[in-house]
Design a protein around this ligand. Sequence first.
Ligand code: ATP
Length: 306
Amino acid sequence: MTPIIQISQLSHCFGKQQVLHDLSLEIPSGSLFGFLGPNGSGKTTTIRLLLGLLKSQNNAIRIFGQDIRSCRESILRRTGALIESPALYLHLSAHDNLEIIRSARQSDKRQLAEVLEIVGLSGQARQKTGEYSLGMRQRLGIAMAMIGNPELLILDEPTNGLDPAGIRQIRELLLALCQHHGKTVFVSSHLLDEIEKTVSHLAILHDGRLLFQGSLAQLHEQQPLQLAIETDNNLHAAEILRNANFRIPEITQDRLFVAVAEKHQIDRINRLLLEEGLCVYELNRKQRTLEEVFFSMTADPSRINL
Ligand SMILES: Nc1ncnc2c1ncn2[C@@H]1O[C@H](COP(=O)(O)OP(=O)(O)OP(=O)(O)O)[C@@H](O)[C@H]1O
């Protein structure tokens, strides 16, 4: 896939504070790309640089193959954005808020009904946005970003402050935008569960440095394999495996977890336990959640070999 956004060695300083360090990223066209990082890691700064709201200090950002510094206008015509919360006229309806943007962008009037339908607000289109819930406002913000039918949507923390139902609606909306409406969606978030359920690709940022970029599958492949084992005597099983030089990171009441480097060790573990007369009830690969991976990376980024 051709990258729709290419960032190469992007650095940024606010005064003497360097907040981005040589950030290089490629966002594949058609992807739902999650941009993850703890508070203050530089996500919003990156997004503001992508949109030309901050001037990049080196020649590092290309979107649709064009340089943001020299082609900002033509890039923004093909890009919709939502940074945190949408700026709404609260005394106006959703329809009228959208109409202001539509007329400024001189896009087709039929788009209003279309975007309202996509974000599930057709029924409340004439209601004042001051009466909208936070989730409805965020969905309207995404509808606003879609006016002009942009190929690329850049959304900064669109689920911030939402309840679980609101988060789920945004998640379904982002998936639909990508899968059914052909958009590339670049979304920042610190909600790891959400990212794991939604994105096809992701990048992890920490203190302005990139720790990982790639697909979710690649991220999981890089993680050490662990086996969850249940036997009729887990303590004895742990002792047998330790004696055979296996590392046991964790024992819970009903399982022990064993670190394995290669697939064939699983067979060896099984044989060792059976030879010692243990009953093996379960032998299962344990996949670390994104949350576990994220915290292990951000707790000690130097350990990650990317
Ligand atoms: N306008 C500014 N002037 C000075 N420093 C800033 C400015 N904007 C951001 N920073 C600093 O840059 C760093 C990165 O901030 P940024 O908002 O990009 O992080 P973030 O990952 O988006 O965090 P959050 O999840 O809290 O929004 C922080 O240390 C922040 O204090």
